[in-house]
Structure formats: structure tokens, C-alpha cells
Design a protein around this ligand. Structure first.
Ligand code: MN
Length: 328
């Protein structure tokens, strides 16, 4: 299962050695990795989008990216669950934050699309740290411009396929309806995972199904189990280019209190991490972790869960990069 067969031409620069420099010292890049301006070429760019103007309830996700970076100081370089050293398989580096306009959502959406596109054009896959879920739309646009319509695996308590709020089309509850309308998703491979909680009406579900989404509810994960659910998701995805979007509110508030729209009855962090690990081998082209709102957090519970989520996603990406390198 150890997939480091062909090493990269130039050994990637890894994290700061925490046996020599204390973990809590120095600036917090993701997992203590170098910045993109400290390495020759970045294959996975961890990038923050400090934006939360699209939220419908509690604000604060603009501080999520840096909270995740702080909590990621405790990540270590070998991932036993995936039997991989993600930061040795490919160059992962922290690209800092995209400077988005907090007063103009339309402009912010354009900025994210443009800056994400620049990183993708440099040859990097994106591991984005939100920010509220509005940012998934411009990220998907940028990814689809380069890969065509992508399969989407969306972890969230909510559908996020609503139409408008107060007449606004770009919000954190609407990105995936917009994405379907724009033709940037492969509608034969769209899944929500962890859905639960009250809706406005049954039509929310029928509209969502018409767009092509399949739903694995939080209760399904509990009743059917992680392995069966993951097998089903993998069959739907196949080898399509895949985008994974993780709204941290997919987790139960016990596992992620620090978020904008919490719903009872969610996944455990263990279930989420295990489903992600089960995606090994999938063609994951980019991913996001969004909706971490640190002011509602306690003891970094949410930020730690989000940092481990981003770590598993990063491992999936670097393993696939290494496997593709071997295949060439
Ligand atoms: Mn969401």
C-alpha cells in the first residue's frame, strides 16, 4: 500500500522538524509546511479564503483558515491510516490567503475564481481553507475551467442547493445550485453526505434530486456504516475528476461546535475521517474545508477536526500525484 515508488525529481521540502523547533513556536503555516514562495514548485497549495459575507446566521468563518492553521501545528508527517508520508510524496506548501472584498460578494467571488485559477495554472491542486461555503462556487468554476465538469462529494448538514436569500444569488446556502446551473458539475456523480435537520419544505429535497444529487444522510452513515457508504460513493465517482467540499457542520456540534449553522445529529469526526480515507485512489483534483467559525469553538475542537480533515484530503491528493507519476 506504500505508494512511494518513484520519488519526485527533487525531494519536497517538508514541515519544520518539531523535535528541534517546538510546535508552538514560529508562524503557523498549514502543518508547519513551507510557504509557496519558499519552494520552487507547489503541487498542493493550501490556501485560505477569509470570507464570511455570505452567511445566513452566525458570522466568523473569515477567521477559520488561520484557526485551522494554528490547530494543524500538531499534525505529524506520517499518516498511518493511509500508510503514506503525504509531504514527502509531493510538494505541499502554504499559499497564504486570498485577499477578498468583505463588502462586495460578487467581487469576492470573482477574486476567488481568479486567484484559484492562477494557483491551478501553476500546476497545483488546491486545499482551500474557508471561509464560508459561498467560496465553493468560484473554486469549482476555476477547477472546471481546467478539468471540465467535476464529480462532487459534498459533506454538509445542509443541501446548499437553495435558490436565493433576500434575493441574493451568491450565499453560503446556494453554491451548488449555481454550480449545477452553470454546468460546471458532472451531474451523474453528485453526492451529499451527512445531510440532516429541518428544511423549508419537501420541495427542497425534490429540487435537489432533480439537479442530480444523491443523499447519504447522517442517519444512513450510522445505520449502514462507513464501509458500505464509502463503497457506494466510490462507485458513483469512478475515475472522474473529483472535487470534495467539506462543510465542517457535517460533524455533530459535539465534534464541531465552532460553526455558523449547527445541526444536531451529525457525523463523528471519526466517521468523516474514515470515509475520506476510503477514497484513496480517487482522482481528487482539489478540495475545501469551510465554515469553521472559531469564536464559537471550545478548546479548538472544531479547528482540530478541520485540520485533520485537510490532512486526510492532502494525503489523498499527494498519493494520487505519486501514483500518476509512477504510471508515467
Ligand atoms: Mn454548507
Amino acid at each position: 500500500m506504500n505508494d512511494r515508488i518513484t520519488p519526485p525529481a527533487e525531494a519536497p521540502r517538508g514541515p519544520v522538524d518539531s523535535s528541534r523547533v517546538p510546535r508552538y513556536a514560529g508562524p503557523a503555516t498549514f502543518a508547519r509546511l513551507p510557504r509557496t514562495d519558499e519552494v520552487a514548485r507547489t503541487e498542493v497549495a493550501v490556501v485560505g479564503v477569509p470570507f464570511d459575507t455570505g452567511v445566513s446566521y452566525r458570522p466568523g468563518a473569515r477567521f477559520g483558515g488561520n484557526a485551522i492553521r494554528e490547530a494543524s501545528r500538531l499534525l505529524r508527517p506520517y499518516n498511518p491510516a493511509q500508510d503514506a508520508s503525504p509531504f514527502a510524496l509531493a510538494q505541499v506548501a502554504d499559499a497564504g490567503d486570498i485577499a477578498v472584498n468583505p463588502f462586495d460578494i460578487a467581487e469576492a467571488v470573482e477574486t476567488v475564481q481568479h486567484e484559484a485559477g492562477r494557483l491551478l495554472d501553476s500546476g497545483a491542486r488546491l486545499m482551500t481553507l474557508g471561509g464560508d461555503h459561498t467560496v465553493a462556487l468560484p473554486l469549482l468554476r476555476a477547477v472546471a475551467e481546467r478539468h471540465g465538469p467535476v464529480a462532487l462529494l459534498h459533506f454538509d448538514a445542509h443541501l446548499d442547493t437553495w435558490d436565493t436569500y433576500f434575493g441574493a444569488a451568491y450565499t453560503h446556502g446556494t453554491p451548488f445550485r449555481r454550480a449545477v446551473e452553470e454546468g460546471i458539475l458532472d451531474t451523474s456523480a453528485l453526492s451529499h453526505v451527512g445531510t440532516r435537520g429541518p428544511l423549508y419544505g419537501k420541495r427542497d429535497l425534490t429540487d435537489d434530486a432533480k439537479m442530480g444529487f444523491g443523499i447519504v444522510t447522517a442517519a444512513d452513515v450510522m445505520r449502514r456504516g462507513v464501509d458500505e457508504v464509502t463503497d457506494q460513493l466510490r462507485q458513483r465517482i469512478g475515475d472522474r475528476p473529483l472535487y470534495v467540499s467539506v462543510d465542517i457542520d457535517v460533524l455533530d456540534p459535539a465534534h464541531a461546535p465552532g460553526t455558523g449553522t449547527p445541526e444536531a445529529g451529525g457525523l463523528t469526526s471519526r466517521e468523516l475521517l474514515e470515509i475520506l480515507r476510503g477514497l484513496a485512489g480517487c482522482r481528487l483534483v482539489s478540495a475545501d474545508v469551510v465554515e469553521v467559525a472559531p469564536v464559537y469553538d471550545h478548546a479548538e475542537i472544531t479547528a482540530v477536526a478541520a485540520s485533520h480533515t485537510a490532512y486526510e484530503l492532502t494525503t489523498l491528493m499527494t498519493r494520487r500525484i505519486a501514483a500518476d507519476r509512477d504510471a508515467d
